[in-house]
Design a protein around this ligand. Structure first.
Ligand SMILES: Cc1cc2nc3c(=O)[nH]c(=O)nc-3n(C[C@H](O)[C@H](O)[C@H](O)COP(=O)(O)OP(=O)(O)OC[C@H]3O[C@@H](n4cnc5c(N)ncnc54)[C@H](O)[C@@H]3O)c2cc1C
Length: 376
């Protein structure tokens, strides 16, 4: 039986970034159930890098990831990982308080954040309806991510450091004897003293296999679709447009628009599929806010964003099950935080504490620890 120092369950962005960082110091195997590691949530995102949304710990992890994305290690990628986009949070009159709140929070960390009146917002996105808007907040530092390049950069980098990825290798059974886990998978049996649970929406399923108490993870479906802009309009440089109450968003995507109703429907872990009602809801909301007739939808999909009750990620050793490490609850921020989450995971799993730059941003081991659920 092949033995490793760490077996990581899940080959999405979480497992890949953790595998990449752990492989610098240890023998690592990443197990992925599907034949393609990006098949589930990682391959279904909207690819936005934002440092001004989510709970404080997410904003800290995203700030901590920016330098990696802009200056990745040599050989990590041949493409830029981030490209300029900008994000325009828009609000109606009944959302004015939310706009003020978002502006106050965002401008604390990003210097260039600006409050815009409807006329200024329409200058940036001329198809917005001025009479729909009460105002907007512009975050000029929001960017588009190349998710495929980031994900495969981690996988290639992990392999270069001696780590292995096994695909079509579903974890089926776990047993622990004398401080070592024996792992039965569809691709054979493996052994390691430590399991890293990076199974996305399935983290509680994998935790239960190890005998750990559930962390209360709730996978929530989010729908996205691609549609054509009106003919003759160049949208390439427009910012992403996001309703400040998260009722919908749309953003330029390779010459077309990507739209979403920003839905959050709780579900069991599964291969999530889009619901036509959610697509119709988004089309209606987008057309109320902008003069964009949605006539042709060329592609639609859905993915699961998984959250625990406090909305913060779960990173750390299980308080009761020896050698079982959680990397879960990335919600809607798993790509933008991945370089930080990978480093945090490796550092905590190797019992080196929180990396100093992340600690300086306010990330603490207790704030992300799975022990908070045992206490609750
Ligand atoms: C529509 C949408 C828009 C989003 N937009 C953004 C965005 O703009 N920015 C951002 O940062 N994030 C965004 N996200 C969130 C982001 O995509 C997720 O946070 C991230 O992909 C989660 O990664 P993961 O590796 O935890 O999960 P996954 O990619 O789902 O990976 C988990 C893997 O574990 C595997 N697995 C499960 N059980 C087993 C088992 N028993 N054995 C072996 N393997 C197993 C699964 O097959 C899966 O491949 C969005 C998500 C959606 C759906």
């Amino acid at each position: 039986m092949d033995s490793y120092d760490f077996i990581v369950v899940g080959g999405g962005i979480a497992g890949a970034s953790a595998g990449y960082e752990l492989a610098a110091d240890a023998r690592v195997l990443v197990l992925e159930r599907e034949s393609q590691p990006g098949y589930h949530t990682t391959g279904r995102s909207a690819a936005l890098f934002v440092q001004t949304h989510g709970p404080a710990v997410i904003r800290a992890l995203s700030r901590g990831a920016k330098n990696f994305f802009l200056n990745p290690p040599a050989g990590f990628t041949e493409h830029p990982l981030l490209t300029a986009r900008g994000m325009l949070l828009i609000g109606r009159a009944d959302q004015s308080a939310l706009l003020e709140q978002s502006f106050a929070q965002s401008s604390r960390h990003i210097d260039g954040v600006r409050r815009l009146d409807p006329k200024e917002a329409c200058k940036l996105v001329p198809l917005l309806k001025a009479d729909y808007l009460a105002g907007a907040v512009l975050d000029p530092e929001a960017m588009d991510m190349d998710v495929h390049a980031i994900h495969w950069g981690f996988i290639r980098g992990m392999r270069a450091r001696g780590g292995k990825l096994a695909t079509s290798a579903e974890l089926q059974r776990l047993a622990r004897n004398a401080g070592v886990w024996t792992v039965r998978t569809a691709a054979g049996d493996f052994a390691a003293p430590i399991i890293v649970n990076a199974a996305g929406a399935w983290c509680d399923v994998v935790g239960t296999m190890a005998g750990a108490a559930p962390i209360g993870l709730v996978p929530k479906r989010r729908t996205a679709f691609i549609f054509d802009p009106p003919p003759g309009i160049d949208i390439a440089k427009w910012p992403s447009v996001i309703d400040v109450g998260e009722e919908f968003y749309f953003k330029p995507d390779a010459g077309k628009f990507l739209g979403s109703p920003a839905d959050q429907t709780p579900m069991e872990p599964c291969d999530a599929q889009p619901d036509d009602f959610d697509v119709a809801l988004a089309v209606d909301r987008i057309q109320r806010a902008a003069r964009i007739p949605v006539t042709h939808i060329s592609r639609k999909w859905a993915g699961l964003r998984s959250f625990v009750a406090d909305g913060c990620p779960v990173v750390g050793y299980d308080p009761r099950v020896d050698g079982f490490f959680w990397l879960a609850g990335q919600g809607g921020y798993g790509i933008e935080t991945s370089p930080s989450m990978g480093r945090l995971t490796a550092s905590l799993a190797l019992r080196r504490g929180v990396p100093s730059d992340l600690a300086a941003q306010g990330v603490t081991a207790t704030g992300v620890s799975p022990a908070r659920f045992a206490r609750a």
